[in-house]
Design a protein around this ligand. Structure first.
Ligand code: NAP
Length: 505
């Protein structure tokens, strides 16, 4: 008997026009166009025949030139290979409008959209993807409003706006962006991207927790000792110092991706799979995380910068020597912190979060460390390692459960054995890329995988409590770690109470 329970077929994607602002930029070419091509070209061919993609930017470019850039980008970055018939169908969807900047040009855009829609007798189903620098977002939304493009729909059709990270650089700016968006848009029209939520393995978190009887029973402070979340990058700051030196690891990774992972791991079962129910359950986790006191921000958080070292055999200069980094920069390239979710389920269970650049490996994972057994029977003479459930997000997507087993032999030797599931080995189906999944969800209008306004502000409220202390402390308290290592030893010291260190991926 086929035991696969198909809860929902892929949803019917309505025909729509996807407008990409910043179409000449890195995100558009590296992620959005390749993802749209894959949706069009792979298996189920998700784009409706009438769907059009209108690239917009300020710089002049002929449509043919835009198509050529798109083709090159698809060749380099799409998970679907270029096949001539698929490409021709996709290329015919691509349009480009140059000089889109002032209100007058937005009126030109509106006329173009109406022309596209009337040619196919389509309702005004419009998606506006803001792939432009964050400080331009509110101006662009105001102009969309000024041109009458984003009024909440009265009749058929929809207008959705996709906003990229970062949403603000601190609590105040995040609140200002949300307030600016809400001046012209209903929350149901806003799709705030966190691309981690589009990753297949992250989407599996809920299935793992709520689709298996063995995990949810022990998913609480009676059985879980602590949780570790790691998002490790191998690259240094590279050419992105202009952005990164004003951001740092806490803003760049913890406020968004890591808090999203944390909320999925710690959430209560939602009452249904409806977007509002799932997002409310996640939000309740962040509501239960209190901002740190200055004292806690100094004792529960470790920050560091990488010093010169070798990553994967290649020499890397120290962060302060990287081009574009201020000589006395107080920007952290590594952060590790201890967070408590103050609710009934998680009371007393620390969540250890860490992320950094120039680390030994690129790896993102969540490790659930279960409690140690009583020190009797096998554990009498030597404490046995605890069971660990590791959810690997990238690379090598999958999960493993480390259990104790007897080694073969006449003696009694016990050690950890991994029960391991690797996605790639287990399923031969292609996993959609994160941006494919997210663009698909925008087109079908499902907000489950997008971040609502309060979620953004709750996470910033916590992050701000640390940023305020760092602002006062300057470089005092900044540690160092060699590039290519797993971070400063002080971060390992945080785990001393748990008879273990960080689980190195
Ligand atoms: N790249 C990524 O992988 C990535 C990942 C996560 C989030 N994001 C976010 O996605 C957005 C776009 O990123 P990106 O890397 O593609 O940026 P980008 O390459 O620097 O810029 C995208 C395009 O925006 C236009 N632009 C530049 N300045 C503008 C301004 N002041 N007003 C309006 N348009 C402007 C430019 O085209 P014209 O000059 O022709 O108008 C440019 O090609 C940013 O918000 C970024 O934070 C990017």
């Amino acid at each position: 008997m086929d035991q696969i329970v198909r809860l929902a077929d892929a949803k019917q994607v309505p025909p729509c026009t996807v407008v990409i602002f910043g179409a000449s930029g890195d995100l558009a070419m590296r992620k959005l166009i390749p993802a749209l091509y894959s949706l069009d070209a792979c298996g189920e061919r998700m784009l409706a025949d009438e769907t059009m993609i209108v690239g917009c930017a300020r710089r002049p470019m002929a449509v043919e030139q835009f198509r050529q850039h798109a083709r090159d980008a698809i060749g380099r970055f799409s998970s679907a290979p270029i096949q001539q018939p698929c490409w021709e169908r996709f290329a015919a969807r691509l349009d480009y409008l140059a000089g889109i900047e002032d209100l007058e040009s937005f009126a030109r855009l509106k006329a173009r959209l109406e022309q596209i829609e009337s040619a196919s007798a389509l309702p005004p189903n419009r998606i506006f993807y803001l792939a432009i620098p964050p400080d331009a977002i509110l101006d662009w939304v105001e102009r969309l409003h000024g041109a009458g493009l984003i009024a909440p729909p009265q009749g058929p059709g929809f207008s959705r706006v996709v906003v990229e990270k970062p949403i603000g650089v601190d609590l105040r700016s995040a609140m200002a962006i949300n307030a600016g968006l809400h001046r012209y848009l209903d929350e149901s029209q806003i799709f705030r991207i966190d691309h981690y939520l589009g990753k297949e393995t992250v989407r599996n978190f809920m299935v793992l927790r709520f689709g298996n009887s063995i995990f949810e029973q022990v998913w609480n402070n009676h059985h879980i000792d602590h949780v570790q979340i790691t998002v490790a990058e191998q690259e240094g700051v590279g050419t992105r110092a202009g952005y990164y030196d004003h951001a740092g690891a806490l803003r760049d990774m913890v406020q968004n991706h890591i808090f999203q992972l944390l909320s999925l791991i710690a959430m209560e079962p939602p009452v249904s799979l409806a977007a509002d129910d799932v997002r409310e359950a996640k939000l309740n986790v962040l509501r239960a995380i209190k901002p740190l006191t200055p004292d806690e921000a100094r004792t529960q958080v470790v920050r560091a910068q990488y010093a010169a070292g070798q990553v994967d055999g290649h020499p890397l200069p120290g962060y302060l020597q990287e081009p574009g980094v201020a000589p006395h920069s107080a920007t952290e390239t590594y952060v590790a912190l201890k967070v408590f979710v103050n609710n009934w389920r998680w009371s007393g269970v620390p969540f250890y979060l860490r992320t950094g650049k120039a680390l030994a490996r690129r790896a993102s994972s969540v490790a659930i460390h279960f409690k140690h057994l009583p020190a009797i029977l096998f554990a009498e003479h030597h404490p046995l390692p605890a069971n660990i459930l590791t959810l690997r997000i990238q690379p090598d997507e999958g999960f493993s459960l480390s259990v104790m087993g007897k080694r073969p032999g006449l003696d009694l030797a016990i050690g950890p054995v991994d029960m391991d599931l690797q996605y790639r080995r287990e399923f031969d189906a292609r996993s959609p890329e994160a941006y494919e999944m997210l663009l698909y969800e925008v087109m079908v209008g499902d907000q489950t995988l997008f971040v609502q306004a309060e979620m953004v502000e709750r996470s910033w409220r916590f992050i701000q409590s640390i940023l305020d202390v760092w602002q006062r402390d300057g470089r005092t308290g900044m540690l160092s770690y060699p590039a290519g290592s797993w971070g400063p030893p002080e971060a390992t010291g945080m785990l001393a109470a748990h008879r273990c260190g960080w689980l190195e991926p």
